[in-house]
Design a binder for this molecule. Structure first.
Ligand code: S3P
Length: 443
Protein backbone atom coordinates (compact mmCIF):
# COMPACT_ATOMS: atom_id res chain seq x y z
CA UNK A 1 0.00 0.00 0.00
CA UNK A 2 2.42 2.60 1.22
CA UNK A 3 5.46 3.79 -0.65
CA UNK A 4 8.83 2.78 0.66
CA UNK A 5 8.51 2.44 4.42
CA UNK A 6 9.67 5.56 6.25
CA UNK A 7 11.68 3.54 8.73
CA UNK A 8 10.34 5.58 11.63
CA UNK A 9 8.81 3.42 14.36
CA UNK A 10 6.85 3.84 17.56
CA UNK A 11 7.71 1.48 20.41
CA UNK A 12 5.06 1.20 23.09
CA UNK A 13 5.14 -0.42 26.50
CA UNK A 14 1.83 -1.79 27.69
CA UNK A 15 -0.40 -0.13 30.29
CA UNK A 16 -0.44 3.30 31.88
CA UNK A 17 -3.08 5.99 32.28
CA UNK A 18 -3.61 9.41 30.67
CA UNK A 19 -3.77 12.27 33.13
CA UNK A 20 -3.49 16.03 33.11
CA UNK A 21 -4.22 18.63 30.46
CA UNK A 22 -3.27 18.69 26.81
CA UNK A 23 -3.77 20.97 23.84
CA UNK A 24 -3.43 19.00 20.64
CA UNK A 25 -2.33 20.81 17.44
CA UNK A 26 -4.59 22.96 15.29
CA UNK A 27 -7.41 21.66 13.14
CA UNK A 28 -6.13 20.38 9.82
CA UNK A 29 -9.27 21.10 7.78
CA UNK A 30 -9.50 24.65 9.10
CA UNK A 31 -5.76 25.30 8.64
CA UNK A 32 -5.94 24.36 4.94
CA UNK A 33 -8.93 26.58 4.33
CA UNK A 34 -7.39 29.53 6.20
CA UNK A 35 -4.40 29.52 3.83
CA UNK A 36 -6.57 29.14 0.72
CA UNK A 37 -9.09 31.86 1.54
CA UNK A 38 -6.49 34.20 3.06
CA UNK A 39 -4.44 33.97 -0.13
CA UNK A 40 -7.25 35.03 -2.45
CA UNK A 41 -8.68 37.65 -0.08
CA UNK A 42 -8.09 41.38 -0.28
CA UNK A 43 -5.79 42.57 2.51
CA UNK A 44 -4.07 40.71 5.29
CA UNK A 45 -5.15 37.60 7.09
CA UNK A 46 -3.64 36.64 10.43
CA UNK A 47 -3.96 33.10 11.62
CA UNK A 48 -3.17 31.73 15.06
CA UNK A 49 -3.24 28.09 16.13
CA UNK A 50 -2.25 26.99 12.60
CA UNK A 51 -1.35 23.31 12.29
CA UNK A 52 2.36 23.09 11.48
CA UNK A 53 1.92 19.60 10.06
CA UNK A 54 3.08 18.46 6.65
CA UNK A 55 -0.40 18.48 5.08
CA UNK A 56 -1.24 22.08 5.93
CA UNK A 57 2.34 23.08 5.09
CA UNK A 58 1.87 21.56 1.63
CA UNK A 59 -1.06 23.92 1.09
CA UNK A 60 0.98 26.84 2.43
CA UNK A 61 3.91 25.98 0.16
CA UNK A 62 1.62 25.74 -2.86
CA UNK A 63 0.28 29.26 -2.34
CA UNK A 64 3.82 30.61 -1.98
CA UNK A 65 4.54 28.99 -5.36
CA UNK A 66 1.43 30.74 -6.67
CA UNK A 67 2.94 34.08 -5.74
CA UNK A 68 1.44 34.77 -2.31
CA UNK A 69 3.62 36.25 0.40
CA UNK A 70 3.10 34.25 3.57
CA UNK A 71 5.04 34.85 6.79
CA UNK A 72 5.44 31.98 9.25
CA UNK A 73 4.36 29.65 10.57
CA UNK A 74 5.95 30.59 13.83
CA UNK A 75 4.40 29.23 16.99
CA UNK A 76 1.22 28.60 15.03
CA UNK A 77 1.08 32.17 13.70
CA UNK A 78 0.81 32.83 9.98
CA UNK A 79 0.41 36.14 8.19
CA UNK A 80 -0.84 36.16 4.61
CA UNK A 81 -0.69 39.17 2.31
CA UNK A 82 -3.78 38.34 0.30
CA UNK A 83 -3.38 38.87 -3.46
CA UNK A 84 -7.11 39.27 -4.10
CA UNK A 85 -9.45 37.14 -6.15
CA UNK A 86 -7.46 37.39 -9.40
CA UNK A 87 -3.97 37.92 -8.01
CA UNK A 88 -2.57 34.39 -8.07
CA UNK A 89 0.06 33.68 -10.70
CA UNK A 90 1.09 30.41 -12.29
CA UNK A 91 3.70 28.34 -10.45
CA UNK A 92 6.93 27.52 -12.24
CA UNK A 93 6.62 23.80 -11.52
CA UNK A 94 4.19 21.20 -10.22
CA UNK A 95 2.49 21.82 -6.89
CA UNK A 96 3.34 18.95 -4.56
CA UNK A 97 0.45 18.10 -2.24
CA UNK A 98 2.41 15.34 -0.49
CA UNK A 99 0.05 13.04 1.42
CA UNK A 100 -2.80 15.55 1.54
CA UNK A 101 -6.11 14.73 -0.13
CA UNK A 102 -7.66 17.95 1.16
CA UNK A 103 -4.96 20.08 -0.50
CA UNK A 104 -5.33 18.32 -3.83
CA UNK A 105 -9.12 18.21 -3.99
CA UNK A 106 -9.74 21.74 -2.75
CA UNK A 107 -6.96 23.25 -4.85
CA UNK A 108 -8.20 21.56 -8.00
CA UNK A 109 -11.44 23.53 -7.59
CA UNK A 110 -9.75 26.79 -6.69
CA UNK A 111 -7.26 26.54 -9.56
CA UNK A 112 -9.73 25.34 -12.22
CA UNK A 113 -10.95 28.87 -12.92
CA UNK A 114 -7.54 30.61 -13.04
CA UNK A 115 -6.01 32.07 -16.15
CA UNK A 116 -2.90 29.89 -15.84
CA UNK A 117 -2.18 26.17 -15.96
CA UNK A 118 -1.29 24.11 -12.89
CA UNK A 119 -0.15 20.57 -12.20
CA UNK A 120 -0.91 18.91 -8.90
CA UNK A 121 1.12 15.93 -7.75
CA UNK A 122 1.27 13.87 -4.56
CA UNK A 123 3.03 11.01 -2.81
CA UNK A 124 2.36 7.32 -3.54
CA UNK A 125 -0.70 7.15 -1.27
CA UNK A 126 -2.27 10.33 -2.65
CA UNK A 127 -1.50 9.23 -6.20
CA UNK A 128 -3.76 6.22 -5.68
CA UNK A 129 -6.77 8.12 -4.33
CA UNK A 130 -9.84 8.81 -6.46
CA UNK A 131 -9.94 12.27 -8.03
CA UNK A 132 -12.82 11.89 -10.50
CA UNK A 133 -15.19 12.77 -7.68
CA UNK A 134 -13.87 16.34 -8.10
CA UNK A 135 -12.73 16.43 -11.71
CA UNK A 136 -16.14 15.09 -12.89
CA UNK A 137 -18.32 17.89 -11.50
CA UNK A 138 -15.60 20.48 -12.18
CA UNK A 139 -15.70 19.41 -15.84
CA UNK A 140 -19.47 20.04 -15.78
CA UNK A 141 -18.58 23.60 -14.75
CA UNK A 142 -16.30 23.85 -17.79
CA UNK A 143 -12.99 23.02 -16.13
CA UNK A 144 -10.30 21.19 -18.06
CA UNK A 145 -8.48 18.80 -15.76
CA UNK A 146 -6.67 15.71 -16.99
CA UNK A 147 -6.09 12.77 -14.66
CA UNK A 148 -4.42 9.40 -15.27
CA UNK A 149 -6.57 6.72 -16.88
CA UNK A 150 -7.44 5.49 -13.40
CA UNK A 151 -8.76 8.93 -12.47
CA UNK A 152 -5.84 9.68 -10.17
CA UNK A 153 -3.11 12.34 -9.84
CA UNK A 154 -1.16 13.98 -11.40
CA UNK A 155 -3.91 16.47 -12.17
CA UNK A 156 -3.15 18.75 -15.09
CA UNK A 157 -5.32 21.83 -15.07
CA UNK A 158 -5.56 23.85 -18.30
CA UNK A 159 -7.04 27.35 -18.22
CA UNK A 160 -10.57 27.59 -19.48
CA UNK A 161 -12.27 30.76 -20.80
CA UNK A 162 -14.93 30.72 -18.11
CA UNK A 163 -16.46 28.40 -15.53
CA UNK A 164 -20.22 28.26 -15.15
CA UNK A 165 -22.02 27.54 -11.89
CA UNK A 166 -23.78 24.19 -11.48
CA UNK A 167 -26.38 22.69 -9.23
CA UNK A 168 -24.70 19.49 -8.07
CA UNK A 169 -25.94 16.66 -5.90
CA UNK A 170 -23.02 14.86 -4.25
CA UNK A 171 -23.11 11.09 -4.78
CA UNK A 172 -20.96 10.55 -1.66
CA UNK A 173 -20.97 12.61 1.53
CA UNK A 174 -17.69 14.47 1.04
CA UNK A 175 -16.69 17.84 2.41
CA UNK A 176 -13.70 17.85 0.10
CA UNK A 177 -15.85 17.60 -3.00
CA UNK A 178 -18.36 20.14 -1.66
CA UNK A 179 -15.54 22.56 -0.84
CA UNK A 180 -13.78 22.05 -4.16
CA UNK A 181 -16.95 23.00 -6.04
CA UNK A 182 -17.65 26.01 -3.84
CA UNK A 183 -14.09 27.27 -4.38
CA UNK A 184 -14.48 26.82 -8.14
CA UNK A 185 -17.86 28.55 -7.77
CA UNK A 186 -16.09 31.72 -6.56
CA UNK A 187 -14.66 32.00 -10.08
CA UNK A 188 -17.75 30.83 -11.97
CA UNK A 189 -20.47 32.73 -13.77
CA UNK A 190 -23.76 32.55 -11.89
CA UNK A 191 -24.66 30.37 -8.96
CA UNK A 192 -22.99 27.19 -7.75
CA UNK A 193 -25.07 24.95 -5.50
CA UNK A 194 -24.07 21.72 -3.79
CA UNK A 195 -26.51 19.34 -2.12
CA UNK A 196 -25.09 16.74 0.23
CA UNK A 197 -26.64 13.33 0.96
CA UNK A 198 -25.68 13.67 4.65
CA UNK A 199 -24.14 16.54 6.62
CA UNK A 200 -20.37 16.87 6.23
CA UNK A 201 -17.94 19.29 7.84
CA UNK A 202 -18.96 22.86 7.02
CA UNK A 203 -15.71 24.73 7.69
CA UNK A 204 -15.57 26.12 4.15
CA UNK A 205 -19.01 27.64 4.49
CA UNK A 206 -18.28 29.09 7.93
CA UNK A 207 -14.94 30.49 6.83
CA UNK A 208 -16.32 32.05 3.65
CA UNK A 209 -18.77 33.87 5.91
CA UNK A 210 -15.87 34.99 8.14
CA UNK A 211 -14.20 36.45 5.01
CA UNK A 212 -17.41 38.34 4.25
CA UNK A 213 -18.48 36.16 1.33
CA UNK A 214 -22.24 35.66 1.13
CA UNK A 215 -23.61 32.16 0.81
CA UNK A 216 -26.95 30.60 1.52
CA UNK A 217 -27.93 27.28 3.03
CA UNK A 218 -31.30 25.69 2.62
CA UNK A 219 -31.37 22.30 4.33
CA UNK A 220 -28.79 20.10 2.63
CA UNK A 221 -28.16 22.62 -0.18
CA UNK A 222 -25.54 25.35 -0.04
CA UNK A 223 -25.19 27.99 -2.77
CA UNK A 224 -22.97 30.91 -3.63
CA UNK A 225 -22.72 33.42 -6.50
CA UNK A 226 -19.43 33.71 -8.33
CA UNK A 227 -17.55 36.95 -8.85
CA UNK A 228 -17.53 38.29 -5.28
CA UNK A 229 -14.52 39.23 -3.20
CA UNK A 230 -13.17 38.07 0.15
CA UNK A 231 -11.97 40.38 2.90
CA UNK A 232 -8.86 39.38 4.87
CA UNK A 233 -9.51 38.72 8.56
CA UNK A 234 -8.12 37.27 11.77
CA UNK A 235 -8.65 33.58 12.36
CA UNK A 236 -8.02 31.40 15.36
CA UNK A 237 -7.73 27.70 14.58
CA UNK A 238 -9.10 25.46 17.34
CA UNK A 239 -7.37 22.23 18.37
CA UNK A 240 -8.24 19.38 16.04
CA UNK A 241 -10.93 17.03 17.32
CA UNK A 242 -9.49 14.38 15.00
CA UNK A 243 -6.22 14.54 16.94
CA UNK A 244 -8.06 14.81 20.26
CA UNK A 245 -9.94 11.61 19.35
CA UNK A 246 -6.92 9.40 20.09
CA UNK A 247 -6.90 10.76 23.62
CA UNK A 248 -10.67 10.52 24.03
CA UNK A 249 -10.30 6.82 23.28
CA UNK A 250 -7.03 6.40 25.20
CA UNK A 251 -8.33 7.98 28.39
CA UNK A 252 -11.59 6.02 28.10
CA UNK A 253 -9.87 2.64 27.84
CA UNK A 254 -6.98 3.19 30.28
CA UNK A 255 -8.12 2.69 33.89
CA UNK A 256 -7.30 5.60 36.20
CA UNK A 257 -7.29 8.20 33.41
CA UNK A 258 -8.55 11.75 33.85
CA UNK A 259 -7.53 13.99 30.98
CA UNK A 260 -8.68 17.41 29.82
CA UNK A 261 -8.22 18.28 26.16
CA UNK A 262 -8.12 22.03 25.78
CA UNK A 263 -9.67 24.32 23.21
CA UNK A 264 -11.00 21.55 20.95
CA UNK A 265 -13.17 22.44 17.95
CA UNK A 266 -16.61 20.94 18.52
CA UNK A 267 -18.31 21.95 15.30
CA UNK A 268 -21.39 19.67 15.20
CA UNK A 269 -20.30 18.33 11.81
CA UNK A 270 -17.21 16.88 13.53
CA UNK A 271 -18.43 15.54 16.88
CA UNK A 272 -19.63 12.09 15.81
CA UNK A 273 -16.74 10.56 17.75
CA UNK A 274 -18.07 11.99 21.02
CA UNK A 275 -21.56 10.65 20.29
CA UNK A 276 -20.21 7.20 19.39
CA UNK A 277 -17.94 6.94 22.43
CA UNK A 278 -20.69 8.14 24.74
CA UNK A 279 -23.05 5.54 23.30
CA UNK A 280 -20.35 2.98 24.18
CA UNK A 281 -20.36 4.23 27.76
CA UNK A 282 -17.51 6.79 27.68
CA UNK A 283 -17.41 9.55 30.29
CA UNK A 284 -16.76 12.70 28.25
CA UNK A 285 -17.75 16.11 29.51
CA UNK A 286 -17.92 19.21 27.37
CA UNK A 287 -16.75 22.16 29.47
CA UNK A 288 -16.37 25.91 28.93
CA UNK A 289 -18.06 25.94 25.56
CA UNK A 290 -17.36 29.12 23.58
CA UNK A 291 -17.33 30.51 20.05
CA UNK A 292 -14.07 31.28 18.27
CA UNK A 293 -14.45 33.11 14.97
CA UNK A 294 -17.60 31.25 13.97
CA UNK A 295 -16.43 27.81 15.19
CA UNK A 296 -17.56 26.33 18.52
CA UNK A 297 -14.76 25.32 20.88
CA UNK A 298 -14.68 23.61 24.30
CA UNK A 299 -12.49 21.74 26.77
CA UNK A 300 -13.19 18.02 26.78
CA UNK A 301 -12.73 16.17 30.08
CA UNK A 302 -12.55 12.42 29.71
CA UNK A 303 -12.28 9.84 32.46
CA UNK A 304 -11.89 6.11 32.06
CA UNK A 305 -15.09 4.11 31.90
CA UNK A 306 -16.07 0.58 30.95
CA UNK A 307 -17.05 0.53 27.27
CA UNK A 308 -19.56 -1.75 25.59
CA UNK A 309 -19.87 -2.65 21.93
CA UNK A 310 -22.57 -0.96 19.85
CA UNK A 311 -23.96 -0.86 16.36
CA UNK A 312 -22.65 2.50 15.12
CA UNK A 313 -25.49 4.57 13.64
CA UNK A 314 -24.77 5.20 9.94
CA UNK A 315 -25.81 8.84 10.27
CA UNK A 316 -22.75 9.37 12.50
CA UNK A 317 -20.28 7.97 9.97
CA UNK A 318 -19.60 11.20 7.98
CA UNK A 319 -19.44 13.10 11.28
CA UNK A 320 -16.71 10.78 12.59
CA UNK A 321 -15.07 9.66 9.37
CA UNK A 322 -11.47 10.44 10.36
CA UNK A 323 -11.93 9.20 13.92
CA UNK A 324 -13.19 5.72 13.07
CA UNK A 325 -9.75 4.05 13.31
CA UNK A 326 -9.53 5.31 16.91
CA UNK A 327 -13.11 4.12 17.51
CA UNK A 328 -12.02 0.64 16.34
CA UNK A 329 -9.51 0.60 19.21
CA UNK A 330 -12.30 1.54 21.64
CA UNK A 331 -14.32 -1.34 20.17
CA UNK A 332 -11.37 -3.70 20.60
CA UNK A 333 -11.34 -2.89 24.32
CA UNK A 334 -15.12 -2.88 24.81
CA UNK A 335 -17.34 -5.60 26.19
CA UNK A 336 -19.13 -7.38 23.32
CA UNK A 337 -19.39 -6.64 19.65
CA UNK A 338 -19.23 -3.37 17.68
CA UNK A 339 -20.59 -3.25 14.15
CA UNK A 340 -19.89 -0.51 11.63
CA UNK A 341 -21.70 -0.24 8.29
CA UNK A 342 -22.05 2.47 5.64
CA UNK A 343 -18.37 3.41 5.88
CA UNK A 344 -16.97 2.30 2.51
CA UNK A 345 -15.26 5.72 2.24
CA UNK A 346 -12.72 4.42 4.76
CA UNK A 347 -11.29 2.26 2.00
CA UNK A 348 -10.10 5.30 0.01
CA UNK A 349 -8.42 7.34 2.74
CA UNK A 350 -4.64 7.59 3.21
CA UNK A 351 -4.79 3.78 3.33
CA UNK A 352 -7.61 1.23 3.11
CA UNK A 353 -8.49 1.89 6.74
CA UNK A 354 -10.89 -1.04 7.03
CA UNK A 355 -8.37 -3.64 5.90
CA UNK A 356 -5.34 -2.07 7.54
CA UNK A 357 -7.12 -1.76 10.90
CA UNK A 358 -8.49 -5.31 10.63
CA UNK A 359 -4.98 -6.63 9.93
CA UNK A 360 -3.51 -4.73 12.87
CA UNK A 361 -6.27 -5.85 15.23
CA UNK A 362 -5.69 -9.44 14.12
CA UNK A 363 -1.99 -9.01 15.03
CA UNK A 364 -3.19 -8.06 18.51
CA UNK A 365 -5.39 -11.15 18.66
CA UNK A 366 -8.62 -9.17 18.41
CA UNK A 367 -11.37 -10.74 16.34
CA UNK A 368 -12.17 -8.30 13.53
CA UNK A 369 -14.11 -9.13 10.40
CA UNK A 370 -13.69 -6.56 7.63
CA UNK A 371 -16.65 -6.02 5.32
CA UNK A 372 -16.93 -4.00 2.10
CA UNK A 373 -18.55 -1.09 3.94
CA UNK A 374 -17.39 -1.54 7.51
CA UNK A 375 -16.20 -3.97 10.14
CA UNK A 376 -17.32 -6.17 13.02
CA UNK A 377 -15.07 -6.14 16.07
CA UNK A 378 -15.34 -8.34 19.15
CA UNK A 379 -13.80 -6.69 22.20
CA UNK A 380 -11.06 -8.39 24.20
CA UNK A 381 -7.56 -7.72 25.46
CA UNK A 382 -5.18 -6.49 22.76
CA UNK A 383 -2.06 -8.62 22.66
CA UNK A 384 -3.47 -10.91 25.35
CA UNK A 385 -0.59 -13.40 24.93
CA UNK A 386 1.85 -10.75 26.13
CA UNK A 387 4.09 -11.20 23.08
CA UNK A 388 5.46 -8.19 21.19
CA UNK A 389 3.05 -7.26 18.36
CA UNK A 390 4.36 -5.58 15.22
CA UNK A 391 1.79 -3.43 13.41
CA UNK A 392 2.04 -2.11 9.85
CA UNK A 393 0.63 1.41 9.62
CA UNK A 394 1.00 1.53 5.82
CA UNK A 395 2.25 5.09 6.20
CA UNK A 396 -1.17 6.20 7.45
CA UNK A 397 -0.93 8.70 10.31
CA UNK A 398 -4.27 7.82 11.88
CA UNK A 399 -3.57 4.09 11.83
CA UNK A 400 -0.23 4.64 13.57
CA UNK A 401 -1.71 6.82 16.31
CA UNK A 402 -4.70 4.52 16.83
CA UNK A 403 -2.49 1.51 17.54
CA UNK A 404 -0.23 3.61 19.73
CA UNK A 405 -3.23 4.33 21.97
CA UNK A 406 -4.17 0.63 22.02
CA UNK A 407 -1.01 0.00 24.07
CA UNK A 408 -2.75 1.54 27.09
CA UNK A 409 -4.87 -1.60 27.37
CA UNK A 410 -2.52 -4.12 25.78
CA UNK A 411 -0.94 -7.01 27.65
CA UNK A 412 2.32 -6.86 25.70
CA UNK A 413 4.52 -4.32 23.90
CA UNK A 414 3.50 -2.92 20.52
CA UNK A 415 5.80 -1.78 17.75
CA UNK A 416 4.35 0.30 14.93
CA UNK A 417 6.13 0.56 11.59
CA UNK A 418 6.29 3.44 9.14
CA UNK A 419 5.20 6.32 11.37
CA UNK A 420 6.79 9.34 9.65
CA UNK A 421 3.43 10.48 8.27
CA UNK A 422 2.11 11.07 11.78
CA UNK A 423 3.69 14.48 11.23
CA UNK A 424 1.16 15.21 8.47
CA UNK A 425 -1.53 15.91 11.07
CA UNK A 426 0.07 15.66 14.50
CA UNK A 427 3.65 16.95 14.82
CA UNK A 428 5.26 15.95 18.14
CA UNK A 429 2.62 13.29 18.82
CA UNK A 430 5.01 11.04 20.73
CA UNK A 431 6.27 13.88 22.94
CA UNK A 432 2.82 15.21 23.75
CA UNK A 433 1.30 11.77 24.29
CA UNK A 434 4.27 10.75 26.44
CA UNK A 435 3.74 13.90 28.52
CA UNK A 436 0.27 12.76 29.60
CA UNK A 437 1.20 9.14 30.25
CA UNK A 438 1.50 7.10 27.05
CA UNK A 439 4.63 4.93 27.29
CA UNK A 440 5.96 5.66 23.83
CA UNK A 441 9.41 5.87 22.34
CA UNK A 442 10.32 6.84 18.77
CA UNK A 443 13.14 5.25 16.86
C1 S3P B 1 -11.78 16.73 4.90
C2 S3P B 1 -12.86 15.97 4.55
C3 S3P B 1 -12.91 14.51 4.75
C4 S3P B 1 -11.84 14.04 5.72
C5 S3P B 1 -10.51 14.65 5.44
C6 S3P B 1 -10.59 16.16 5.54
C7 S3P B 1 -11.81 18.19 4.64
O1 S3P B 1 -12.69 13.87 3.50
O2 S3P B 1 -11.73 12.64 5.69
O3 S3P B 1 -9.54 14.19 6.37
O4 S3P B 1 -10.98 18.92 5.20
O5 S3P B 1 -12.69 18.63 3.88
P1 S3P B 1 -13.91 13.55 2.49
O6 S3P B 1 -14.51 14.82 2.10
O7 S3P B 1 -13.25 12.84 1.34
O8 S3P B 1 -14.82 12.66 3.28
Amino acid sequence: MAAASSGQRFHLSPGGALRGRLRVPGDKSISHRAIMLGSIADGETEISGFLEGADALATLGAFRQLGVQIDGPEGGRVRIRGVGRDGLRGADGPLDMGNSGTSMRLLSGLLAGQRFASTLIGDASLSRRPMRRVTGPLAEMGAQIATTEEGTAPLRITPTPELAGIDYRLPVASAQVKSSLLLAGLYARGRTCVTEPAPTRDHTERMLAAFGYPLTRDGARVCLEGGGRLRGCRLEVPADISSAAFFLVGASIAPGSDLTLEHVGINPTRTGVIDILRAMGADIRIEAERDVGGEPVADLRVRSAPLRGIRIPEALVPLAIDELPAVFIAAACAEGETVLTGAEELRVKESDRIQVMADGLARLGIEAEPRPDGIRIRGGTPGADGARAVIESHGDHRIAMSFAIAALRAAGPIEIEDCANVATSFPRFATLAGGVGLQIREG
